[in-house]
Design a protein around this ligand. Structure first.
Ligand code: ATP
Ligand code: MG
Length: 220
């Protein structure tokens, strides 16, 4: 079977929150990635298939054209750099904030004012580097792959840069957010070459997503 359009998605919240947008574009997956364990999922449309990849891998599949479209968090896109990607629609899903957090009582503002050097643990090194450079704060960045909240509790770092939605995880670990770096939501991303070559198939999908999220601007 030859497919025209491949859309890259991650499991979990992005898949769940994308389902209504797909439905608005007339696309209904044949299976759920949670129950089927398949990595390639067909849809009601013979010309559209979904691939299920790690959230951080979505921009890579789309950049190289292995997927024509994808849905990725702004956090992931900043870290990736967005090269080769067209980002036509903010989908307003998977909303959260990129924040700086420290142990409760740690004098973050005072340290920053005095020009102290801070050790910052994060999965989002690019975001953190840009943020602290713009503020003129000297940092030693420590790259982690998960559970950033632990780092300040065991002396690995003074602060963390992480995504926060309710703040429940911070609170449970006696941490507090001290600075917002950026509001985060997920974006539709499109391979720029595919958009030109398969415009007739891709353009209506972009427009359907745009209409479903109430964004009136026309697509390219
Ligand atoms: P994994 O959990 O498999 O390690 P991940 O953390 O990259 O991978 P998800 O947790 O599914 O994957 O997050 C996917 C995207 O959802 C993130 O890139 C981010 O944009 C957004 N996100 C992450 N945490 C939250 C949150 N607490 N609330 C809302 N959106 C979030
Ligand atoms: Mg996660």
């Amino acid at each position: 079977m030859s497919y025209t359009i491949t859309l890259a998605l991650s499991k979990g919240r992005i898949f769940e929150e994308t389902l209504p947008l797909l439905a608005a574009a007339g696309i209904v997956p044949n299976e759920s990635p949670d129950s089927s364990r398949k990595l390639i999922i067909g849809t009601n449309r013979p010309d559209v298939r979904l691939i299920i990849v790690r959230a951080t891998d979505v921009p890579t599949y789309v950049q190289h054209g292995a997927a024509d479209l994808g849905i990725a968090g702004k956090d992931v896109l900043i870290e990736h750099g967005g090269e080769g990607l067209y980002q036509p629609v903010d989908l307003h899903i998977a909303k959260c904030r990129m924040m700086v957090a420290v142990p409760v009582g740690f004098d973050y503002a005072g340290k920053v004012r005095r020009g102290a050097r801070l050790r910052v643990a994060t999965k989002y090194v690019q975001t953190a580097r840009l943020h602290f450079a713009a503020k003129g704060v000297h940092v030693d960045l420590i790259k982690l792959y998960g559970s950033m909240e632990l780092a300040p509790l065991v002396g690995l770092a003074d602060a963390i840069v992480d995504l926060v939605s309710t703040g429940g995880t911070l609170k449970a670990n006696n941490l507090e957010a001290v600075e917002t770096i950026q509001d985060i939501s997920s974006r539709l991303v499109v391979n720029q070459a595919a958009l030109k070559l398969k415009h007739a198939a891709i353009h209506p999908i972009i427009e359907a997503f745009r209409a479903a999220v109430g964004d009136g601007a026309p697509a390219a």
